[in-house]
Design a protein around this ligand. Structure first.
Ligand code: UGA
Length: 436
């Protein structure tokens, strides 16, 4: 099928490459010339595990191309997907739909033949109606349907999730659009569940899912705080809880609070939608407030640990909002570092992928290291902020030799507490107390 994707970010690019790999003819459009130039030179504009290989392969085959030219991209397309950003409005925290609406207006001019316009971006309930109205107003003779096609890709695992989706949700109000979508998703028929719903239900499913996952993380973090006081161990507790298939094992990892470009934005947008429709969403509102509070508290924890030697070096391991990505948007690690900067001017951070993005936010307020060892050299405390797998295998005996003091604050529970203890570290983690 001929597929056009508008927006080449963390959703649009992996989705485009994925559909190209499945044999479709894909064109990706973006407004940022530097991005399109780079992609046309065969270089990726973001890091995603496994994307590089598939990207090169499909560029070479000619099954995916990149352009600034909306007209050229949209004419003749069977499906046009909107994958542009819906960032939070700085004041109201509602999803800002200006890019969606601008894209709808622009693409409308070039629709020819029956086309399905599918919204992949996370958009508030009713946006599909608005997009439909904009297209109809701009091009009254266009033959089209607007469907909601929420994406459930996790950053860092986008390629894996694209090819192995738990479910494909299609929110379409017309039979014709449903059959086009079924054709596009035909390769997933055997391995994934399909759900055909009303467009408004589909838009809600995306927010309700992200808000639920955010609440699950908030819940386990709250339990972790309880365990610290009550002498229980959150990892054991989470394991026991997860064995109940109704609860499930996933998303029970305690940490410094959730972050990223999705959960904070989507929980806030959902809370605003609750207000708009007069529906009480207390659980979501509490989750948002407590998650913000948690990040500040975690920064305080680090400062407390160096209070007797405030000029001591803090080695920060991890700046990305989670492991496996270079993305620092709404990263708890960055927020915690910002809290630490208020009290320390001796912070040195290492991240395997996210340093360049972190620099855009933190600038030269901290130093940056090229390795775990460089960050930890002469440090008073090592603070683990992102769940990179590399951190699990740190050789603590060797690191202790180069640190100035043997102290670890592991806000992702990545290290082995016993190992830390055996090597003489004072070890603090989340949701359990260890004495050296
Ligand atoms: C999230 C959802 O998981 C995807 O299904 C969804 O498609 C995506 O948002 C989106 O809306 O586009 P993502 O933001 O990539 O994906 O990240 P997650 O893996 O969900 O992690 C979000 C945050 O929660 C991270 O800061 C992570 O460290 C934290 N987290 C996650 C925990 O603290 N504990 C956990 O057990 C899991």
């Amino acid at each position: 099928m001929k597929l056009t994707i508008i927006g080449t970010g963390y959703v649009g690019l992996p989705t485009g490459v994925g559909f190209a790999e499945l044999g479709n003819e894909v064109v990706c459009v973006d407004k940022i010339a530097a991005k399109i130039d780079k992609l046309n030179r065969g270089e990726l504009t973001l890091f995603e595990d496994g994307l590089d290989e598939l990207f090169r392969k499909n560029v070479e085959k000619g099954s995916i191309r990149f352009t600034l030219d909306m007209e050229n991209a949209v004419k003749g397309a069977d499906v046009v997907m909107l994958a542009v950003g819906t960032p939070p409005h700085p004041v109201t925290k509602e999803a800002d739909l200006q890019y969606i609406y601008a894209a709808a207006e622009e693409l409308a001019q070039y629709l020819d033949g029956y086309t399905v316009v599918a919204t992949k971006s996370t958009v508030p309930v009713g946006t599909g109606d608005e997009v439909e109205a904009i297209i109809r107003k701009t091009n009254p003779i266009a033959d089209f349907d607007v469907v909601s096609l929420p994406e459930f890709l996790r950053e860092g695992f986008a390629i894996h999730d694209f090819f192995n989706p738990d479910r494909i949700v299609i929110g379409a109000n017309s039979e014709k659009a449903r059959s086009v979508m079924l054709k596009l998703y035909e390769p997933f028929k055997e391995k994934s569940e399909f759900l055909m719903v009303k467009r408004r239900s589909s838009e809600t499913i995306k927010y309700a899912s992200n808000a639920f996952l955010a609440m699950k993380i908030h819940y386990i973090n709250e339990m972790a705080d309880f365990c610290e006081q009550a002498g229980a161990d959150i990892l054991e507790v989470a394991k026991g809880m997860g064995m109940d298939s109704r609860i499930g094992k996933k998303f029970l990892n305690p940490g410094p609070g959730y972050g990223g470009s999705c959960f904070p934005k989507d929980t806030n947008a959902m809370a605003q939608m609750g207000k708009k429709y007069g529906a009480n969403l207390n659980l979501i509102e509490t989750t948002i407030a407590k998650n913000d509070e948690r990040k500040a508290k975690m920064g305080q924890r680090v400062i407390e640990a160096i209070k007797n030697h405030p000029e001591g070096k803090i080695a920060v391991l991890g700046l990305a909002f989670k492991g496996g990505t270079d993305d620092c948007r709404e990263s708890p690690a960055v927020d915690i570092v910002k809290e630490m900067i208020k009290h320390s001017d001796n912070i040195c951070a290492y991240d395997p992928k996210a340093i360049e993005n972190a620099k855009l936010i933190l600038g030269d307020s901290i130093k940056y290291a090229n390795s775990i060892e460089e960050a930890c050299k002469d440090a008073d405390v090592m603070v683990v902020l992102t769940e990179w797998e590399d951190f699990r295998n740190i050789n603590l005996a060797e690191i202790k030799k180069i640190m100035s003091k043997a102290k670890i604050i592991d806000l992702r529970n990545m290290l082995n507490a016993e190992d830390a203890k055996v090597n003489g570290f004072e070890y603090q983690c989340i949701g359990a107390k260890y004495s050296a």
